[in-house]
Design a protein around this ligand. Structure first.
Ligand code: COA
Length: 382
């Protein structure tokens, strides 16, 4: 490309090397550290995938046990953080409260600026252990309920349900959630990950990098799409309306949430696994509501692909899955964070292992160079 050619949205720009994940849109595949994400989602628990993303290889039983012991020790929030969270505004979006809480974790860690490999790993596990409790406690606060303490006898996904609802659901529901955790964990240089790497590149601390990434993920063109999908499904309301709703929306040139992808052009490799887990969960729940949302999703998918050839992305099956698990819609993107913290922190570690400050150029299109005139001589522009 010519030196001065602008690549809007950095589309097509290769910004750095990574050994964490590989997106292969031409063969519709995504691997984490060389393993197909579909295999990881169905054959491993999320804890194993977290270990893999950070360490480069799947853990042995002993390595997994060690990670789990550390994660369980790191569960629990300080009294100060609980007190701060109690003061959060009742109208705040949970992504805003989560962003503030993660920033708080950073300022209460006396070793915030320790960016040695060991220090970064410790902080990554710390955030991985504490973020689910922040999301759960904030959910309960919004509903006027006291937080529920983590249970050291429960695994990662079970413990999250316990902290939200005080109980652990059926294994198929846990499995669906756990699969979503694996599928959401990592996706190369997406906007939030690149934000985290950009912040880390100034040799700022890892909490700052993650706080910035949360802000980036919040947007509906990125992580916020799983919430928008559920709003769309509730707006459609009935399978009988689904096809016409989609045709009208396309005629009105509306952006359909949960469809399309900057990188995948013929389908998102994570979707079949998530859709399969969603369907299995729907059959286990087997309520009229669950079957209704499944049918609406199926018809919207079929119509969009048939009419426009634009395929669903992971947010499309994940949104209704989370809804049917009992989570409020504004929790969907914070749940994404519970998983993506692994990818973000692995990228921060990778960035700092061979760091180069991120500093692209810009193409100036503003006013030509001119002289400053005295304030009395300036004229107001009409
Ligand atoms: N609904 C309707 N049309 C869509 C669409 C969608 N979800 N996604 C893409 N298109 C259309 C665009 O309007 C464009 O049409 P045009 O050529 O007539 O203008 C064409 O497909 C190409 O799309 P483009 O805008 O170049 O894709 P992009 O790479 O810039 O955008 C997304 C990718 C993800 C931002 C975009 O698909 C989108 O906004 N999707 C909905 C939000 C979402 O689900 N985000 C989660 C991503 S994982």
């Amino acid at each position: 490309m010519a030196d001065n050619e602008v690549k809007y949205g950095l589309a097509g720009v290769v910004a750095d090397d990574t050994a964490i994940s590989k997106v292969m849109p031409d063969i519709n595949s995504l691997t984490y550290r060389g393993y197909k994400v579909q295999d990881l989602a169905t054959k491993c628990r999320f804890e194993e995938v977290a270990y893999l993303i950070w360490n480069g290889d799947l853990p042995t039983q002993t390595q997994l046990d060690t990670l789990n012991v550390v994660e369980r020790k790191e569960r629990g929030l300080s009294r100060d953080l609980h007190d701060v969270m109690a003061k959060f505004s009742s109208h705040a979006h949970p992504m805003d409260t989560l962003r503030t809480a993660i920033s708080f974790l950073g300022q209460e860690d006396p070793t915030t600026d320790d960016s040695t490999p060991g220090g970064l790993y410790k902080k990554s596990v710390r955030m991985y252990a504490k973020i689910p409790e922040i999301v759960a406690a904030d959910f309960r606060r919004r509903n006027g309920k006291a937080p529920i303490a983590p249970d050291p006898d429960l695994d990662f996904s079970e413990n999250f349900f316990h902290m939200c609802f005080g109980e652990v659901p059926k294994p198929e529901i846990i499995k669906c959630f756990d699969i979503s955790m694996t599928l959401y964990a990592e996706h190369s240089f997406n906007a939030s990950t690149f934000t985290a790497r950009t912040i880390a590149s100034s040799t700022s601390d890892i909490y700052s990098a993650v706080t910035g990434a949360v802000g980036s993920l919040k947007g509906p063109l990125h992580g916020g799409a799983n919430e928008a999908v559920m709003h769309m499904l509730t707006e459609v309301g009935d399978p009988d309306n689904a096809r016409d709703w989609m045709l009208t929306a396309l005629k009105e040139k509306r952006k359909i949430m949960g469809f399309g992808h900057r990188v995948y052009r013929s389908g998102d490799s994570r979707v079949p696994t998530m859709t399969d887990a969603y369907k299995k969960m729907v059959d286990v729940i087997d309520t009229e509501e669950a079957q209704k949302y499944w049918e609406i999703s199926r018809i919207l998918d079929e119509t969009m692909v048939g009419e426009k050839g634009i395929y669903p992305n992971l947010d499309f099956p994940a949104g209704p899955s989370y809804y049917l698990m009992g989570f409020e819609i504004p929790m969907f993107t914070p749940i994404f964070v519970i998983s993506r913290i692994t990818g973000w922190t692995a990228h921060v570690m990778e960035q700092l292992a061979s760091n180069k400050l991120v500093r692209p150029l810009s193409n100036y299109v503003g006013a030509p160079q001119r002289d400053v005139v005295d304030i009395a001589s300036r004229e107001e522009k009409k």
